[in-house]
Write a protein that binds this ligand. Structure first.
Ligand SMILES: *[C@@H]1O[C@H](CO)[C@@H](O)[C@H](O)[C@H]1NC(C)=O
Length: 260
């Protein structure tokens, strides 16, 4: 009985939502295509996002928000984005303090909001094309006999939201509070848009340390360090201090001093 009631409730909620969406032509008729590329190799990459927006409405005065949630294995560096913004890079907001040192298992997801003004194109749609640097985090070393020694970090496609001077009344119940451009200091009302993509979420492969090699690495490091110390000590012992007589006083000066 309970089960049926909750199912019915769900159905009603879904119907209401569909109905609300139906009265927001901006959401219903705007076509959004998101494409992504992860450029480069290794731990430091460029994440390129291209968004094509086509709509029967004139959205050229509107702004676009790309909301990204980077997994704990990746981050965007606030200071680097600030620097790039000063050089003409995208406006952004990262609501958290990003620790760029911590490994993956001690990190959380990073929220990255990118603000853009869509540009008209010859193909009769609006275009947003942004590239930001993203970085991958070191992963905890694992046993190479059991686990693969590369990990794949998947960066999901962003959500796309729209902010215009005015929305028709039917859209108002659908608006979400998200950060305002250009730096996310306040909250603004954004209309979430449905989007599709012809590409899968992008993923980067990075190497992981092998715990199997840990003993070998420790032994090698200790041997090399120990050997170097011995070598230095032997060299120092071989060089006999020379005797100098300065105004009758005996003084020892290591020959090493002359090299300075
Ligand atoms: C987006 O910008 C990159 C350079 O940053 C360029 O290579 C690419 O062709 C652009 N994409 C579109 C669809 O304009």
């Amino acid at each position: 009985m309970m089960f049926r009631a909750s199912k019915l409730l769900l159905l009603v909620v879904v119907c209401i939502l569909k109905d609300v969406e139906g009265s927001c032509p901006t959401m219903l008729k705007t076509n959004v295509q998101v494409e992504r590329r992860l450029l480069g190799k290794g731990f430091h990459r460029d994440l390129e996002t291209t968004v094509y927006v086509s709509s029967p409405e004139d959205l050229s005065g509107c702004k676009i928000l790309l909301k990204d949630i980077l997994p704990s294995g990746a981050y965007a560096d606030t200071n680097q984005l600030k620097f790039l913004k000063a050089l003409g890079g995208p406006s952004f907001h990262i609501p958290q303090t990003v620790n760029v040192e911590t490994p993956e298992h001690l990190s959380s997801k990073t929220f990255v909001y990118l603000f853009a003004k869509p540009q008209p194109t010859l193909q009769d749609h609006l275009l947003v094309n942004l590239t930001i640097p993203v970085h991958f985090r070191y992963h905890r070393a694992r046993n190479g006999n059991i686990y693969p020694l590369t990990v794949s970090i998947t960066v999901p496609h962003p959500s796309v939201l729209l902010m215009c001077e005015e929305f028709v009344e039917g859209c108002l119940p659908l608006l979400l509070l998200e950060p305002c451009p250009p730096d996310g200091r306040d909250s603004c009302e954004w209309l979430p848009l449905h989007s599709f993509s012809t590409t899968e979420a992008v993923a980067g492969q990075i190497p992981v340390g092998n715990t199997n090699l840990l003993d070998t690495v420790l032994l090698a490091t200790t041997t090399v360090t120990g050997g170097a110390v011995l070598l230095i000590l032997t060299a120092v012992r071989k060089k006999k201090p020379i005797q100098l007589t300065v105004q009758g006083a005996h003084c020892c000066i290591s020959p090493d001093l002359y090299d300075l």
